[in-house]
Design a protein around this ligand. Structure first.
Ligand code: ADP
Length: 587
């Protein structure tokens, strides 16, 4: 009966009810008809027995032959078997059989009944005639006669007629059942059709097609069911939309975070991981989902930390170093996620990359050491010469002048270093709003200002400065800072080039970039130094740089100005032939 279609169930049950009802109707009606038939026949037999009783009233029991003949003729005429039996059960006369061949009839049920109550009726098989009969017996006790008059007739014809009637009834019943089945099928379809439509609609909802509505039915209950289903679908749609929106927001937040976030279940399996977390450990986010953390990240310290987090109510923190896929220093914060009362849903682990901060701290430490060192040398010299002067050299006019010159040179160097440092820190920290303002500037103007600034040195060194510019090239830069950067580059070119050489300031467009170059015919830089010359205080030849007034900060300043102006800075150099410093702006 399970998984049966409603129409089948309705149809079969109605047909079953109809079949049972029709069978019962046929059974009881055929029984009633049969009963009625036999009651009629019994009444007829009784009337005939009364007639026989009247006729034989004029005979004595001893006139057996006359009685027998009378029975025979009466029997023929009424188409009835007539039997006369005495009180001992001996047959005296019979319309169909010779009484001499007949056994005692004292055991026949109708005879026994007649002897007891005056009349008896029975329907049974006749052993004398070997066929079924309906018997009526009547006790006659008048005029000294004690006689049982029994009349009967065969029931075969009656039973045949009844049988035919039953067949007719069965046929009628069958036709009725077929008609009922047909009607039933039609009605069941009418009932089930809207339910099927609703079922299809509900299946569509189950597949997620929540926008398609279930058609409303004209049947009251089904109509309200369809309405409820549609309302439910609309609500689910809204909720799904809200949940999806929230989820997307969450994903967007998590994926835009620079901190790595991992959500773990209570066994340490990774439930979700944002891109930053996956990147930190060199995986794609999807690859680590549903895997154990200890399986994906073989880091004893981290795994111990996660175990502690899962067993603690507090937010815990630790710092770990990771060496693959790259060296990272991570600050890890872990907190347990509580679920239902007393159970743990898992933990959230947040990784913050401290590598840059740590490196910057290192750089800062180095910088402080470098600055101290750079300042210490001229100060020590100044102190030394001042002491020498104080200790009597002041009177030695010739030497005193020389010492004062040296002191002045070191003081000027101190001044330059301090100026450069201040400039560098100003540029680095974006202290002034000026630096952020990028304006369209003609490159020709930039080059002119740069050359004006270096006029003195170029004349002094007898070096020719040429320009090669695509006319009308315009750049969006912070003019003041860019001139500063170009002056540093031109100043270096002048310092590190031989007398009477040529320096070219070049500007041209290449695809979607504008390129500025400062090319000299100077000493050049060895390849091993190329990467480091932009670091603060880095000088290829410390002594030479100092002699010509270098601080080792010039290129560092250029690098920072390039970054503010969104330009790439690179250098090309060949020993003995010269160097080209190149600034590339994407436009
Ligand atoms: P400095 O004040 O010593 O010039 P910079 O930061 O400007 O410091 O330059 C760093 C180093 O790079 C210099 O010491 C020098 O050795 C090298 N350098 C810079 N520009 C040139 C150039 N045009 N030709 C050769 N070497 C250069």
């Amino acid at each position: 009966m399970k998984n049966q279609k409603l129409i089948t169930r309705l149809f079969t049950s109605y047909v079953l009810i109809a079949v049972v009802a029709i069978i019962l109707i046929i059974y009881f009606s055929s029984r009633a008809i049969e009963k009625f038939y036999f009651a009629q026949k019994a009444a007829e037999l009784k009337a005939r027995a009364e007639l026989v009783q009247e006729i034989i009233g004029g005979y004595t029991i001893g006139e057996t032959d006359s009685l027998h003949n009378l029975c025979e003729s009466l029997g023929k005429r009424t188409d009835t078997r007539i039997t006369l039996i005495n009180s001992l059960g001996i047959v005296i006369a019979d319309s169909k059989e010779n009484p001499g061949n007949m056994d005692t009839h004292s055991d026949r049920p109708e005879v026994i009944e007649a002897l007891e109550r005056g009349e008896g009726l029975s329907r049974r098989h006749s052993y004398t005639l070997e066929e079924d009969h309906l018997y009526y017996a009547r006790l006659m006790t008048e005029d000294g006669k004690n006689l049982i008059i029994r009349v009967s007739f065969p029931t075969v014809a009656l039973e045949e007629a009844l049988g035919a009637l039953k067949v007719d009834l069965l046929l009628i019943g069958l036709i009725v059942i077929l008609i009922i089945a047909g009607l039933n099928f039609y009605i069941s379809r009418i009932i089930t059709k809207p339910i099927e439509i609703m079922e299809t609609g509900a299946k569509r909802f189950a597949k997620g097609k929540l926008k398609m509505k279930v058609p409303e039915s004209s049947v009251l209950e089904l109509g309200s069911l369809a309405k409820s289903l549609n309302e439910m679908a609309a609500q689910i749609f809204d909720r799904i939309r809200t949940i999806t929106q929230q989820k997307n927001e969450q994903i967007a937040i998590l994926s835009s975070m620079t901190e790595g976030v991992l959500a773990l279940d209570k066994d340490g399996r990774i439930l979700s991981a944002n891109r930053a977390a996956a990147d930190m450990f060199g995986y794609k986010p999807k690859r680590i989902l549903n895997r154990f953390l200890y399986e994906m990240i073989r880091h004893a310290e981290l795994n111990d930390f996660v175990a502690q987090v899962l067993n603690s109510n507090d937010t815990l923190q630790c710092r770990i170093s990771v060496y693959e896929p790259e060296e990272l220093i991570l600050n890890v914060i872990g907190s347990r996620m509580p679920a239902k009362k007393g159970t743990i849903a898992g933990a959230v682990i947040v990784f913050t990359d401290l590598t840059r901060i740590q490196k910057l701290e290192g750089v800062r430490r180095d910088f402080v050491a470098n600055v101290s060192h750079e300042l210490k040398t001229p100060i020590t010299s100044i102190q030394g010469y001042v002491e020498t002067l104080q200790n009597g050299a002041l009177t030695d006019t010739k030497n005193a002048e020389r010492f004062l010159e040296i002191i002045a040179k070191h003081a000027a160097r101190l001044g330059r270093i301090i100026d450069d440092l201040l400039e560098l820190s100003r540029i680095e920290e974006f202290s002034g709003e000026d630096e952020k303002v990028l304006e369209s500037t003609k490159i020709e103007d930039l080059f002119r200002s740069t050359i004006d600034n270096c006029q003195e040195l170029s004349a002094e060194r007898n070096i020719q400065i040429k320009t090669e510019i695509d006319p009308d090239l315009v750049l969006k830069v912070n003019t003041k800072l860019m001139v500063h950067a170009l002056v540093n580059l031109l100043d270096n070119a002048l310092k590190y080039s031989p007398q009477e050489s040529v320096i070219i300031l070049r500007a041209y467009q290449k695809k979607s970039s504008i390129i500025l170059e400062v090319a000299d015919e100077g000493v050049g830089i060895e390849t091993e130094h190329l990467e480091r010359i932009f670091e603060r205080f880095y000088r290829v030849d410390r002594g030479r740089s100092r002699d010509i007034g270098g601080t080792g900060l010039g290129l560092s300043i250029v690098k920072h100005i390039a970054r503010i102006n969104k330009a790439d800075l690179e250098v090309e150099s060949t020993i003995g032939k010269g160097s080209i410093f190149r600034l590339t702006f994407r436009v």
